[in-house]
Design a protein around this ligand. Structure first.
Ligand code: TRP
Length: 331
């Protein structure tokens, strides 16, 4: 159909260092698919970044690094808009407005708030409690319908739906119902045997920018177990080796199957599997790494993309924010 309006998509990544495979498979691959068919805005959410300890001197660089990862992975500014959250101050204004219709007690119960305050007991702050409201504002500012994000973001997306419903009930139909887009790799296990790949756990992850040497080294340190002693009736369901099979399967199902049968026969050599997995990952990341190196040398171009994307996004943001203010009786 010719004039069919494309569905709105928004997603954001915090500017805390470089992207790793978990971000790539969990969020970025979804973004890549959606930019072909949907009306997408992808954000570097710097205002969320500052809710946990960070270094102000390197924040600008961290923002650029995420943008470089976005572009290197294949986001195309001709097909989607890439913004920096703080370049569009309407995010903050909408967040404040939405905060007036949402209870504090619900925010205190959220698992991410509890986790982060435990992780940084000396860095408890209002911004951290406010985090889900700002995220809801990110999403609702563009009347987003679909959010590609990892499964850990589901509680925040539920908050977004609650806010949208309440706003619609109080002030009239304004926001659509938002859904999270599930991706196959939304839970990428850690290389350390427990939990998921996470920037805050050293040794658990592989970065998109890691060189082949670093990938081999990280993979050689990945945890395994003492190995099958004889023929096995089934594959492990949890633990370090199950995780490695899972990561392998996310990249190359065929080659993963070879090692899975070796496991069942009791003949698997973990070192060999880890080396092959490293090779597979290096192969997938090679074009991304090359493009990344080009962009690193051309940061002015990256800054221009961010500025242009933010200006375009802001235009839409202003229209929607105006509607909200009108409905709330502020103008
Ligand atoms: N909270 C998300 C994370 O930590 C980042 C984020 C902020 C986001 N705003 C968003 C994700 C809006 C999706 C949509 O990964």
């Amino acid at each position: 159909m010719k004039n069919k309006i494309k569905q709105k998509v928004f997603s954001g990544i915090r500017a805390t260092g470089q992207l790793h495979l978990g971000n790539y498979l969990g969020a970025v691959k979804g973004m890549l698919a959606l930019q072909e068919t949907h009306d997408c805005i992808f954000s570097v959410v710097d205002l969320h970044t500052i809710t946990t300890p960070y270094d102000p001197d390197s924040l600008q660089n961290s923002i650029l690094e995420i943008a470089i990862d976005y572009l290197a992975a294949g986001l195309d500014p001709k097909k989607c808009k890439i913004e920096v959250q703080s370049f569009v101050p309407e995010h903050i204004e909408l967040a404040y407005l939405l905060s007036t219709i949402y209870p504090v007690s619900r925010l205190q119960q959220l698992p991410t708030y509890k986790d982060k305050t435990l992780q940084h007991p000396k860095y408890q702050n209002m911004g951290l409690l406010f985090y889900p409201i700002l995220m809801a504002a990110d999403i609702l500012l563009y009347k987003t319908e679909l959010v590609p994000a990892g499964v850990d973001q589901e509680p925040h997306i539920e908050v977004t739906r609650e806010i949208a419903r309440k706003f619609n009930a109080m002030f009239g139909e304004t926001f659509p119902e938002v859904k999270r887009m599930e991706t196959v790799g939304e839970y990428v296990p850690s290389l350390l045997g427990t939990g998921k790949m996470s920037k805050s756990v050293p040794g658990s992850y592989i970065n998109l920018a890691d060189s082949p040497d670093v990938i081999y080294e990280k993979m050689s340190k990945a945890k395994t177990d003492s190995g099958p002693q004889s023929k096995m009736s089934k594959l492990p369901e949890e633990g370090a080796v199950a995780n490695l099979f899972k990561i392998f399967g996310l990249f190359d199902v065929k080659r993963a199957k070879v090692f899975e049968s070796q496991y069942l026969e009791g003949s698997i050599k973990y070192m060999e599997m880890k080396e092959t997995l490293a090779e597979v990952i290096i192969e997938v990341l090679q074009p991304i790494r090359e493009k990344r190196n080009d962009l690193e040398r051309n940061k002015e171009y990256v800054k221009k993309i961010l500025l242009e994307g933010s200006i375009e996004a802001r235009h839409e943001a202003k229209i929607n924010l105006n509607e909200v203010k009108q409905k709330m009786g502020l103008i």
